[in-house]
Write a protein that binds this ligand. Structure first.
Ligand code: BES
Ligand code: ZN
Length: 632
């Protein structure tokens, strides 16, 4: 995909406006190429501007049959439009007059699916594609009633990011291409359907629902979920959806959502998507959260009962600016979505829960980052530690590492420290406003930074900063270092324990009752424990703190890694339970990886995986398949 870009001036890639304003021709402006290796689309020839989706969701056949009508803007002599598809079965393609159009499906490319080339007539402005999804469509997870909380109805959810939208809608699946959409969806009676759009709050009589997304979004933000779902309003513009037995817990856990939206608006400008709702999905949802516009999709593993894991909500909410308003132009620029979002998430957490609280989160993120930098640097792709990636020929999923998230965050935090918070916030507010509903490349971001942050404030540009952080490998030496007294205290406790003070002396029953430590301190405690733990010490810790039965998924997952490492058999049963019942990849990967380190562990891993795999979404099972060398 080639898109002309002006340097130093606000412009962006293929938006709906692209053909309305011709590319700049002034001599000082060099054309810049945006290459999205992960789409077959050629938007400079013909680009979609609107999707009208009419779909029937069939739980018996586990397929969606639909008609996708795409509005097109094309260059004068365009003869065709190229869409992305992955495993769709195409029945027919017609123009707006109901006349058939010829089309071809090109060769399939690993991870990418295939190009669908539709031949256009001179005056074609719309094409209607009749198609159905295939069994195993990668974005879709069809759950039977047993795999849901209430076990009464089946469930369906989609996960389109990064390039899986093409497995359920024929579309130009590039984050640099935006379109609006409408949908008319038929589901079995008694079930509720929700999308990344205006949503119903009640089950309809006939199973039919209509949706509108009138702001242009990229394909990776297309989302649908269908199930036995209820709604609970939290404020004028926020609310939660969940299965009936989960709705109350969800409403309690996310009670601070309105406060978070207000904190976010105060930082970087008005919330642009009208409502901010969140749905708690069944436990097989492969991610912590997904920022589908108007409706964040979330894992139930953040329902800790004490609101301790709500930074995930701050994160997905922050994407309403970073990602959904200003979008990474390609998956090589993924850090622009995630690094900005972690930075913004931190700022929301600080505003709502205080500086000390946010600094604990920042330190956990730094620990993650350091670990992952080491792992990646010693692996096959050390260049993946650069913020600007090159994922050509690979799955964009490979870019979903702590680099985009945490190195991205620390780079922005360093910029903040360099210029001061006031100037940095003014820059960011303007960045989100002036680039709203457009996509952004790393290079364009740098040029805006130079002009609108550094030059504007009379601060010299330091190219080294970009060379080290964005185009360089590893973690630069000038990485900011957060300080947390609360974490220092945790480290002192661990030290004392190592040096012989007993747990009973360190934690009096009153301490334990008072629950003075937050879940983040417990997580830090677990991560700080010495390497040479043994079964006896594990048993002692478990007897006092009951980690094996923790209700907090982060603590449980961290503990289970130790259970495997130190062969603490008493934890095995619950380890298996956890792995069979949870599909969140972030928890699964370290656990299977830890088991795979020893021969007996690998046998155990495979036995558990055999039972668990049918509960996992493609995104999770494809990762674990690779790890365990699993052949389906
Ligand atoms: N957009 C991501 C999830 C994602 C990224 C899906 C890339 C597919 C490809 C989402 O915002 C996210 O970052 N989720 C995190 C949670 C967050 C608190 C770090 C997750 O799911 O772990
Ligand atoms: Zn994110």
């Amino acid at each position: 995909m080639l898109i002309p870009l002006k340097k130093h001036i606000k412009v962006l890639s293929v938006s709906v406006l692209f053909f309305a304003c011709s590319p700049p021709t002034t001599p000082e402006i060099e054309p810049m190429k945006i290459v999205d290796h992960h789409t077959f689309a050629k938007p400079e020839i013909a680009v979609i501007t609107h999707l009208n989706w009419d779909a029937d969701i069939n739980f018996n056949t586990k397929t969606i049959s639909a008609e996708a009508t795409l509005s097109i803007t094309k260059s004068k002599d365009a003869k065709e439009i190229i869409l992305d598809i992955n495993g769709l079965s195409i029945a027919s393609i017609k123009d707006e007059n109901g006349k058939g159009l010829t089309f071809e499906i090109g060769k399939e490319k690993p991870f990418h699916g295939s190009p669908l080339t539709v031949h256009l007539k001179n005056n074609t402005q719309k094409i209607s594609i009749r198609y159905s999804t295939i069994a195993g469509a990668e974005a879709l997870q069809w759950l039977n009633p047993k795999q849901t909380a209430d076990e009464k109805y089946p469930f369906l959810f989609t996960q389109s990011q990064a390039i899986l939208a093409r497995s359920w809608v024929p579309i130009q699946d590039s984050p640099g291409i935006r379109f609006t959409y409408n949908a008319h969806v038929k589901v079995p009676e008694g079930m509720l359907a929700l999308m990344s759009a205006t949503n119903p709050t009640k089950v309809s009589d006939n199973g039919v629902y209509d949706f509108v997304m009138d702001k242009p979004i990229p394909a990776y933000l297309l989302a649908l979920t269908v199930g036995d779902i209820r709604y609970q309003k939290l404020s004028e513009r926020t609310g939660v959806y969940a299965e009936p037995s989960v709705i109350q817990a969800a409403a309690y856990e996310f009670a601070d959502m309105e406060q978070m939206v207000e904190a976010a608006e105060k930082l970087y400008g008005p919330y642009q998507w009208e409502v901010y709702d969140l749905i708690v999905l069944p436990p097989s949802f492969p991610f912590g959260g997904m920022e589908n516009p108007m409706l964040t999709f979330a894992t139930p593993t953040i329902l800790a009962g004490d609101r301790s894991l709500v930074s995930l909500v701050a994160h997905e909410l922050a994407h309403s600016w970073s990602g959904n308003l200003v979008t990474n132009a390609t998956w090589d620029d993924f850090w622009l979505n995630e690094g900005f979002t972690v930075y913004f998430e931190q700022r929301i957490m600080e505003a709502v829960y205080g500086y000390d609280y946010a600094e604990m989160l920042a330190l956990l993120s730094l620990q993650n980052l350091k670990e992952e930098v080491e792992t990646i640097l010693t692996g096959d792709h050390p260049e993946d530690t650069k913020l600007k990636l090159n994922l050509e020929g690979r799955t964009p999923d490979d870019g979903m590492t702590a680099i985009a998230y945490d190195k991205g965050y620390y780079f922005l935090r360093l910029l903040e420290e360099k210029v001061g918070r006031e100037k940095f916030d003014a820059f960011l507010k303007d960045y989100f406003t002036s680039n709203a509903f457009h996509s952004m490349t790393t290079e364009e971001f740098i040029s805006q930074l130079n002009v609108k942050l550094f030059e504007k404030n009379g601060i010299p540009v330091d190219e080294n900063l970009y060379n080290e952080w964005i185009f360089g490998q590893g973690l630069p030496a000038n990485c900011p270092q957060p300080v947390s007294d609360r974490f220092t205290n945790v480290e002192r406790v661990v030290e004392d324990w190592i040096n012989g003070t007993t747990i009973e002396e360190l934690f009096t029953p009153e301490d334990l009752m008072a629950q003075t430590w937050s879940s983040h301190e417990w997580l830090h405690f677990l991560r700080s424990l010495p390497e040479d733990l043994n079964k006896e010490k594990m048993a002692k810790l478990d007897a006092v703190f009951q980690f094996t039965y923790s209700r907090n998924s982060e603590i449980l997952a961290a503990w289970m890694v130790l259970v495997i490492k130190h062969q603490y058999n008493s934890g095995y049963e619950n380890l298996e339970n956890f792995l069979v019942n949870t599909g969140r990849r972030k928890f699964l990967s370290p656990l299977y990886a830890e088991m795979a380190k020893t021969e007996t562990g690998l046998v155990m891993a495979k036995a558990i995986y055999e039972k668990a795999r049918p509960n996992y979404h493609f995104v999770a099972s494809s990762t674990i398949d690779k790890m365990l060398d699993w052949k389906d």
